[in-house]
Write a protein that binds this ligand. Structure first.
Ligand code: ADP
Length: 252
């Protein structure tokens, strides 16, 4: 069964369409690249998939059920969302930040358990940031901070992992680390991973499937090799010369 199935998805902000007529599926082990120009509705789409927004038309199903019908805690055990920006009012340690990912498993009347702490330890190793465990989150580099927030999402033990521009401020070394990690989580980990990113060469190198959006609707859903072609990217972004995109992707 599909983890996520979006059917004829539409959403408008105050009557202005942001997502229109989008259909796609996310299966176990899928690494889905979501691409499109600024304002084509990518972030809105992630919020629809994670049940934060309600579609004006169409439906998002999570494991065959309307995503909006899930109680919040149950939803947080299935879908984790890493936003593009974080607001941190307090300098929590990396350990504390990741532990917050365990909250869907902790009843309000009790504290985190030893099992939760052990899971955080495992996640630190899985992501390769054991050494950062006791560092303040605000003292980290952008790349280290991004890995810490992906680790927090993993501590939720989700089936679906959604990320909004996880590598936009990172150097090439961290970009590769993040994409290697996501590809491992989808492959060996069996998660369904959907990534919004403008790093088209990385998406072409790692993603198996693609959802290409243009302003006003969906343009393509299918294999990443086809979705991330010069012609598709040029059509989505309104670039007049598709050959220039193909050339650039080859260089990268
Ligand atoms: P993308 O992530 O592809 O840049 P967004 O999903 O952020 O696109 O935005 C899609 C459209 O919806 C844009 O035209 C944007 O201005 C509009 N939009 C996004 N968020 C809001 C909001 N909270 N209120 C009103 N309009 C919004």
């Amino acid at each position: 069964m599909a983890l996520i199935r979006a059917k004829n998805l539409k959403f408008s902000y105050n009557g202005v369409p942001a997502v229109a007529g989008v259909d796609f599926e996310l299966l176990e082990k899928d690494f889905l690249a979501v691409i499109g120009p600024n304002g084509s509705g990518k972030s809105t789409l992630l919020r629809l998939i994670s049940g934060v927004l309600e579609p004006s038309e169409g439906l998002v199903e999570l494991l065959g059920r309307d995503v909006r019908s899930y109680p919040k805690t149950e939803l947080a055990r299935l879908v984790a969302y890493v936003p593009s920006e974080f607001y941190l009012p307090y300098d929590f340690s990396v350990f504390e930040i990741i532990m917050m990912g365990r909250s869907p498993y902790v009843a309000w009347w009790r504290n985190y358990s030893a099992a939760d702490a052990a899971r955080v330890g495992e996640v630190l190793s899985e992501v390769g940031i054991d050494k950062l465990r006791d560092r303040g989150i605000n003292s980290l580099s952008s790349g280290e901070r991004q890995l810490a927030f992906i680790a927090q999402a993993l501590a939720q033990d989700p089936k679906v992992l959604l990320l909004d521009e996880p590598t936009s401020h990172l150097d090439i070394n961290y970009k590769l680390q993040v994409f290697d990690l996501l590809s491992r989580l989808a492959g060996a980990g069996g998660l369904g991973v959907a990534v919004v990113s403008h790093d088209l060469a990385l998406m072409a190198a790692y993603a198996g499937k693609s959802l290409v959006l243009k302003k006003g609707g969906g343009l393509f859903y299918g294999p990443a090799k086809e979705g991330l072609s010069g012609a598709n990217i040029a059509a989505a972004y309104g670039i007049s010369d598709p050959a220039s995109v193909t050339r650039l992707l080859k260089i990268l």
